[in-house]
Ligand binder design. Structure first.
Ligand code: DI6
Ligand code: FE
Length: 418
């Protein structure tokens, strides 16, 4: 107790999302810690004490925060975004409302390919400014870690440009950004009807080059009728494995091609979307410890009616993450709190399941659960203060933003209490 802490937080309610065991998680699904005092040192949580502990008076610090009874949760984690892109697709949104389907628009040269054109044309500076603005909305709601995918370049130069913008955001935003290479997002126009040749470019040129530049934390693909086949996806995963890179997959979003099963064979960190996931394939997620990432924004925005197999995921005790899928085509969403609400209203997750989906389970989906995602001794001090009376309010309320203070690695980066 003799050490001097950098920061002490008191007079707070704490939903830690730290669980000692499965029973603990069942009995205390928010990981609530009574009467806590959190001590922070060198950007880490150095200890959590009980405010009634007589030793508390002896704690030394240069800085303390009286939380005024506000709730504290782990920093939120958005584990699936496409935040870096040029232009927007409000025109296609309008076309859809005039009767065209998402697939029809994609086949007619719209969709992902139209964002590719805008992203190729945008300078790195423009892309940075656009993405930084989008990121600021997410951070304002307490996001302290986030994933960004490439996939709107579809050539080496533009994929590199996107991942470099993600890396610059990582350095300048104060939060951690995990960079995912999604070269196999769509077939670019210059490879029309030559998807296999494009996959060769992805595997033999783009992935190794970008990996050499240190720009890839994880490799993703879009396994779908309007994306890539199982065989093509497998080639991408084999190359990732050869390079020692972890994988994840957009799978079973619009149809059941068996992508999740394949991804689990490669020990995917996560499989994402899953509306059309076959219940028989859930056992594979269990075996490989893969997270099921659900994206209620895309489900909502595409007016999908087929629900992911939520009860079956629950029955198999699969960790479920929730993310914005922020992208210009299927989820133009910049609110993680709205996703929390939709995860409960549309997918019927309980408020604690939904919150786990943007904290501890989202951390698992990014392979960073050793350092973030819950509040416990030794983890990074990434914390959000909320002006709410119970954690369920975060998914209950629609609109408004009760985030009052954000601490990242022990430093206050947002404070709206003054
Ligand atoms: N699935 C999606 O929902 C996004 N990408 C993907 O593979 C859509 C991307 C877009 O339409 O721009
Ligand atoms: Fe996506």
């Amino acid at each position: 107790m003799s050490q001097i802490y950098d920061l002490i937080l008191h007079n707070i309610s704490l939903a830690s999302f730290h669980f000692e065991s499965k029973d603990d998680e069942i009995n205390n699904p928010y990981g609530i810690v009574d009467n806590p005092v959190i001590c922070i040192k060198d950007g880490l949580i150095a200890g959590i004490f009980n405010a009634d502990d007589p030793l508390i008076d002896k704690l030394e610090t240069e800085n303390s925060i009286d939380g005024q009874g506000q709730w504290v949760t782990p920093g939120l984690i958005d584990c699936h975004t496409h935040l870096v892109y040029g232009g927007n697709r409000a025109n296609e949104f309008e076309m859809r409302l005039n009767g065209k389907s998402y697939e029809e628009i994609a086949k007619a040269g719209g969709g992902i390919v139209s964002t590719v054109k805008a992203t190729r044309e945008a300078s790195k500076d423009e892309l940075f400014k656009l993405a930084a603005k989008r990121l600021s909305y997410l951070m304002d709601e307490g996001v302290t870690s986030l994933e960004i995918k490439s996939g709107y370049g579809l050539d080496l130069k533009t994929e590199q440009k996107m991942l470099e913008v993600a890396e610059e955001l990582n350095q300048f935003s104060g939060i951690e950004i995990s960079k995912t290479f999604l070269g196999a997002h769509a077939v670019p126009i210059e490879y029309k009807d030559r998807a296999d040749e494009y996959i060769k470019l992805v595997c033999e040129t783009m992935m190794p080059e970008l990996h050499k530049l240190g720009l890839i934390d994880c490799v993703d693909a879009f396994c779908e009728g309007i994306g890539f086949t199982i065989q093509q996806t497998k080639r991408v995963f084999e190359k990732a494995k050869e390079l020692g890179l972890p994988i994840k997959l957009h799978s079973e979003q619009l149809s059941d091609l068996g992508g999740s099963k394949l991804a689990c064979e490669f020990n995917a960190w996560s499989v994402d979307h899953l509306e059309y996931l076959n219940c028989d394939d859930i056992k594979h997620l269990k075996t490989s410890g893969t997270v099921a990432t659900l994206l209620p924004g895309a489900y909502y925005f595409l007016s999908e009616t087929k629900l992911p197999p939520i009860q079956a995921l629950r029955d198999h005790d699969i960790p479920v993450a929730i993310a914005t899928d922020s992208n210009p085509g299927s989820s133009p969403c910049l609110s993680i709190l709205l996703m929390l609400n939709m995860a409960t209203t549309l997918f019927k997750l309980t408020p604690s399941e939904a919150l786990k989906g943007i904290t501890i389970n989202a951390a698992k989906a990014l392979g960073i659960d050793n350092t973030v995602g819950s509040i416990t001794k030794g983890k990074q001090a990434d914390l959000v203060f909320w002006d709410i009376e119970s954690p369920a309010e975060l998914s209950y309320q629609i609109g408004g933003n009760p985030c009052k203070r954000v601490i990242k690695k022990g430093k206050v980066i947002i404070n709206k209490n003054q």
